[in-house]
Design a protein around this ligand. Sequence first.
Ligand code: FES
Length: 174
Amino acid sequence: MNTSVMPAVSEQQILEIINRFQGKPGALLGILETVQESNPHKYLPEETLQLIAKHTGTPLSRIYSLTTFYSFFNLQPQGEHIILVCRGTACHTRGSRVLLEDLSCLLDCSAFLESGENTFTTKDKKFTIKTVACFGQCALAPVVSIDGVIYSRMTSARLKGIIEKLAKGGKKHE
Ligand code: FES
């Protein structure tokens, strides 16, 4: 019996997803991405990776190397809201560090900033903060993505307003 606290994608669902990708180019990446999206916490638990390895006939080591190479794969449960802060040179110069400090105050995660880690999820699983290398929109720095929506020239006041709204269960965007 699966005693994992977090709900996972069932073996049956995984088999259906694998069948959907049969014979398609890049099938393994597509399978991993679709299975991750099907997980309520948008991640790939160990038992899920083992099932994908077993049913695709892929060595588990290959699955691990793919999921650790591509930053869009998550091996830990993600928060309800995902905040990506660009730490590239242009964004850094135009204040992304201040935005990260704002987030660390708002979400009580100052240890994250000092740890050098590039991801943090709040205890209540409401928010995940990640830093990224560059969104490719350097002219619009500093750039932040919240739940897939890109915000250019982000300011502390705007970020605070969005986070407070989301924390209260409000709609995602202004
Ligand atoms: S450095 Fe931030 S978008 Fe390029």
